[in-house]
Design a protein around this ligand. Structure first.
Ligand code: HSE
Length: 308
């Protein structure tokens, strides 16, 4: 096999209370990536989008992943990658993770599919390190595994794929910039034991709810008392959107990844669309452009469009 074209989904990291340890793949938006195997161990990156991302391999998240694979696996071949990016960088919807995970997945298929999913996560995390300064796996894991993933540990990598409840997600991306590195820097370095205990209860409740398809428990557990109160001040109208979404019937939700996107989970598609309309109108009223995506949880993660 010499060529592969793949569809790489956006992701919602943290799932409110699971900072750096939970992530979920969704269907919309998604990137497409084409990878071709080369005779020489070099990496060529091309973007067809207008995001002005660096194409120099050592400065591109897909590029560093492939360079790391060539180095660690002692490869004699290289790769050319064309990235059609739709997941806007800096959206909080896992744009860098999509490029990184797509590169690792595609290259592995071209090399004969010998790497495990955890090895793909290992390589893809080098892309996250370039993008945010930290090798976190909560966006990467659900792209590779599909559905919802628990990152029990990223050093060593221990990923637990969870159940994918039959729920809808609605995510709004207001056009304001929040850099992941900034959104990490403002977090408190120490937390009180009583706050940790409350957060542990929410994380455990959320995972139990996901596994048992207990939607009420999921809703009751989507509370973050540690990260959200600090980060939400970076996102215009966060409290308004959250309060109105809950009134319209959302189970719960919060910041997607490090923001500025906000996501909600709903049982019914109709509720998701009502919330989507409300989100757009809240931002329209303050002259902030926004993009809204409604989709089910994506149980598959990366999909192969064609390979030959
Ligand atoms: N867990 C990471 C964070 C996700 O919240 O900083 C960043 O996309």
């Amino acid at each position: 096999m010499k060529n592969i074209k793949i569809k790489v989904p956006a992701t919602v990291a943290n799932l409110v209370c699971g900072f750096d340890i939970l992530g979920m793949a969704i269907h919309q938006p998604y990137d497409e990536m084409e990878l071709k195997i080369l005779e020489e161990p070099e990496v060529i990156i091309r973007h067809t989008d207008d995001f002005n991302l660096p194409e120099e391999a050592s400065k591109n998240v897909a590029g560093v992943v492939l360079q790391k694979m060539i180095e660690e696996l002692n490869l004699k071949n290289g790769f050319e990658v064309i990235i059609h990016k739709n997941i806007k960088p800096g959206s909080g919807l896992g744009s860098s993770a999509a490029s990184a995970a797509g590169a690792a997945f595609g290259a592995n298929r071209l090399l004969g599919n010998n790497l495990s999913k955890n090895e793909l996560v290992h390589f893809a995390m080098f892309g996250e390190e370039l993008a945010s300064g930290v090798r976190h796996a909560d966006n990467i894991a659900p792209i590779i595994y599909g559905g919802i993933s628990l990152v029990k540990s990223s050093h060593p990598i221990d990923i637990i794929p969870l159940n994918s409840p039959d729920l809808f997600t609605v995510a709004v991306h207001p056009q304001v910039e929040v850099k992941t590195s900034d959104a990490r820097q403002i977090l408190k370095k120490n937390i009180l034991l009583k706050d940790a205990v409350e957060q542990w209860g929410n994380i455990a409740g959320l995972i139990a709810g996901i596994e048992k398809n207990d939607f009420s428990l999921i809703g009751r557990s989507l509370n973050d008392i540690i990260v959200e109160p600090v980060r939400s001040i970076l996102i215009p109208q966060f409290d308004t959107i959250k309060t109105k979404s809950l009134k319209l019937g959302a189970l719960g939700g919060g910041i997607s990844g490090s923001g500025p996107s906000i996501f909600m989970l709903t049982e019914k598609e109709e509720t998701a669309y009502k919330i989507a309309q409300m989100m757009e109108s809240v931002y329209h009223q303050i002259d902030i452009e926004s993009f809204v995506y409604v989709s089910k949880i994506n149980p598959t993660g990366i999909e192969i469009i064609e390979e030959n």
